[in-house]
Design a protein around this ligand. Structure first.
Ligand SMILES: [Zn+2]
Length: 194
């Protein structure tokens, strides 16, 4: 069985070909426009063209970069064999298969009452899984947490602070102020329009 997964459009900070940075083999394949289209996560048009296609995860998956013909935004899809589990090593040393539903639940708690849709949460969670898989078959709970922080920071500052407060074990309000100060120094979060 093969799954198709969609990720955030390029240009979002923290999103990118991790494999290239890690020096994993990257094989360029000819881009083609004859593949089935995927619904755009932003404008929901289901017409796109594939602008690039390459293998990832040491040949176990194929990443396609697509451009929406409706709004022009770009995003990636991953095609991979479903059965290969991503293992998460917890701080205790316990090893567990990556649980996408659990991650979505965590993101939902952090974004409660915030303008983030369930569809966006799912895209975020899959994006996080994709990034972790790029880095190998095994990851750690810390890496999962950091990947979540990286995404939430872009999507919603309040959700980011909520998650960070739990993840980083904040003890008092000064920790929050420090985080807010860091946020102020960076660019404002980008949100999809429309
Ligand atoms: Zn679009």
């Amino acid at each position: 069985m093969v799954t198709l997964m969609r990720s955030l459009p390029e240009g979002v900070p923290g999103v990118g070909p991790q494999a290239a940075r890690q020096g994993l083999p990257q094989v360029r394949a000819r881009a083609t426009s004859s593949l089935h289209s995927v619904r755009c996560p932003w404008c929901l048009a289901d017409d796109d063209r594939v602008v690039d296609s390459r293998t990832a995860e040491e040949g176990a998956s194929i990443r396609r970069r697509r451009e929406c013909l409706g709004c022009g935004r770009r995003y990636n899809t991953f095609e991979r064999i479903d059965e290969i589990p991503l293992i998460v090593v917890k701080r205790s040393g316990l090893r567990q298969p990556f649980d996408l539903a659990k991650l979505i639940d965590g993101l939902r708690s952090a974004t409660k009452n915030r303008p983030v849709s369930d569809a966006q949460l799912e895209v975020l969670a899959r994006e996080i899984e994709d990034e972790l898989r790029y880095e190998g078959w095994e990851t750690t709970s810390e890496q999962v947490g950091l990947a979540v922080l990286e995404r939430l920071r872009v999507v919603d500052e309040v959700a980011y602070l909520r998650f960070a407060s739990v993840y980083k074990g904040f003890e008092d309000v000064d920790d929050f102020r420090r985080e807010v100060g860091l946020l102020d120094k960076t660019t404002a979060p980008k949100r999809p329009e429309g």
